[in-house]
Write a protein that binds this ligand. Structure first.
Ligand SMILES: *[C@@H]1O[C@H](CO)[C@@H](O)[C@H](O)[C@H]1NC(C)=O
Ligand SMILES: *[C@@H]1O[C@H](CO)[C@@H](O)[C@H](O)[C@H]1NC(C)=O
Ligand SMILES: *[C@@H]1O[C@H](CO)[C@@H](O)[C@H](O)[C@H]1NC(C)=O
Ligand SMILES: *[C@@H]1O[C@H](CO)[C@@H](O)[C@H](O)[C@H]1NC(C)=O
Length: 416
């Protein structure tokens, strides 16, 4: 009788903009998927047989999709623990109205996000989402309708898309690579080892990388899950079975056309912390933490205390450290900006900052330079263009000049 009542309730609510959903079964002391030592019969609280969950991402350049400084979502795939996988597990849930279902659950913000970050390279986002849900989503055991208390038809659909987006937001591939000096370029090439080292550092494990014509175009992050996909804990893991198909050297990472993500958007960002982040980083010291793991505040006015974030080609890549050098893998230095004459002076823990022989430095005995700002960018002598010989990578720092060098950078203030 209970199921009749909840069904009738669901029908009577169809006229409302937001359907009421039941809830996933609660899971007590669940085992970690792919790590059980005995058979687990309750696959509502234990993902099986698809216990290796992959959050997969695209870097599409031909045509380009999404923002020029963000990867886009491919999907969330339940692989078996040996790398093989099931697909199209429930034809009765091969829905052809994903957009309408999400709208019926009031998920308009999620839909807007998906139309920017979960996009199809032919522009048919709805069909792409239908494919991802019917092929992969229907094989995630914890999304089975029977796993919900008071199931409302299709309520696993918003859960699937929301969870995939939430995970994606913790896996900022663009920043992970940029922090290691791996930035889109039509000429530069990278090695598979360099790319994997960047993922090991930010994710804790290697990932599966995919290339097309020698250019990086996909990344698959692997997880095991303790509990359901809806409410459980995602634990980063090494890939199983799935092998990278990129060459070991000469990998291109081609630029995308289009605009960078608006700074106010909540794109995939390494600033978010979640259960997806590796919980331990052995040997972490202040100098090995990522500069972007600090709050990003966009372009602030130069006053009080703040970071000097570096931007190249419209994307943030690291920041300045206290001596005034550019670094992508250290803690940002806190600068103090103080109004002076028609602008402001800058100071770090090393001392005042100034331009001397075209070089930006901070230290004791440095004569303070009066800087100005325009459109949120630091300016010297009326120009917001600064330069370095290269994008810093690993533990290498780069000096910052006001005269032409190969890489042009600009700086924005982030109040802290
Ligand atoms: C883990 O659980 C699954 C699902 O019940 C089962 O098929 C598998 O054999 C179990 N693994 C072990 C080592 O018992
Ligand atoms: C979506 O399609 C299913 C049939 O596949 C239907 O039962 C359901 O009412 C539709 N939902 C919406 C919100 O249109
Ligand atoms: C779907 O994706 C494209 C990118 O391929 C995007 O430009 C478009 O706005 C999206 N469609 C809708 C209906 O928003
Ligand atoms: C910035 O873009 C230009 C042209 O689009 C490219 O030549 C250059 O390599 C890029 N610089 C970096 C640091 O990616």
């Amino acid at each position: 009788m209970a199921s009749f009542v909840s069904r009738a309730l669901a029908v009577s609510l169809l006229a409302l903009p937001t359907a009421l959903a039941g809830s996933p079964k609660s899971c007590l002391n669940p085992q970690l998927s792919c790590h059980n030592t005995t058979a687990v019969s309750d696959t509502c609280c234990f993902n099986a047989p698809g216990g290796q969950l992959l959050q997969t991402q695209f870097w599409d350049t031909s045509p380009s999709t999404g923002y020029s400084n963000s990867w886009t979502i491919h999907g969330l795939w339940p692989d078996r623990c040996d790398g093989t996988y099931d697909s199209n597990c429930d034809p009765s849930r091969a829905y052809t109205n994903i957009t309408a279902i999400l709208e019926s659950y009031g998920k308009t913000d999620l839909l807007a996000y998906m139309n920017s970050y979960w996009v199809d390279n032919t522009g048919d986002n709805e069909s792409f989402w239908e494919h991802e849900f019917s092929k992969h989503g229907t094989c995630i055991s914890t999304f089975e309708p029977s796993c919900y208390t008071d199931y409302t038809p299709q309520e696993e659909v918003p859960d699937f898309f929301q969870k995939t987006v939430d995970l994606f937001k913790t896996l900022d591939t663009y920043t992970t690579l940029a922090n290691a000096g791996i930035v889109p370029s039509s000429s530069a090439t990278y090695t598979s080892a360099q790319i994997q080292a960047a993922f090991k550092k930010s994710f804790g494990y290697e990932v599966t990388i995919q290339c097309s014509s020698g250019a990086l175009d996909e990344v698959w992050y692997s997880f095991n899950v303790k509990g359901s996909v809806q409410t459980g804990t995602f634990v980063p893991m090494s890939p199983v079975g799935s092998t990278s198909n990129c060459p070991s050297t000469g990998i291109k990472y081609l630029p995308k056309s289009g605009s960078p993500a608006p700074t106010t958007s909540s794109g995939a960002s390494s600033t978010s912390t979640s259960s997806a982040s590796p919980t331990t980083t052995s040997g972490a010291s202040p100098t090995t933490s990522s500069p972007t793991s600090t709050p990003t505040g966009g372009s602030g006015t130069f006053s009080g205390s703040g970071y000097l974030n570096a931007y190249t080609n419209g994307s943030q890549v690291g920041c300045l450290i206290s001596s005034g050098t550019w670094y992508t893998s250290g803690t940002c230095a806190t600068y103090t900006a103080k109004a002076s004459d028609s602008g402001f002076t800058l100071k770090s823990s090393k001392g005042s900052c100034g331009i001397s022989n075209s070089l930006f430095t901070c230290g004791s005995g440095v004569t303070p330079t009066v800087f100005t700002a325009s459109n949120g960018y630091l300016q010297y002598s009326g120009s917001s263009a600064f330069y370095a010989a290269a994008v810093p990578s690993g533990s290498t720092q780069q000096k910052v000049y006001t005269t032409s060098e190969s890489v042009e950078i600009s700086f924005q203030w982030q109040s802290v």
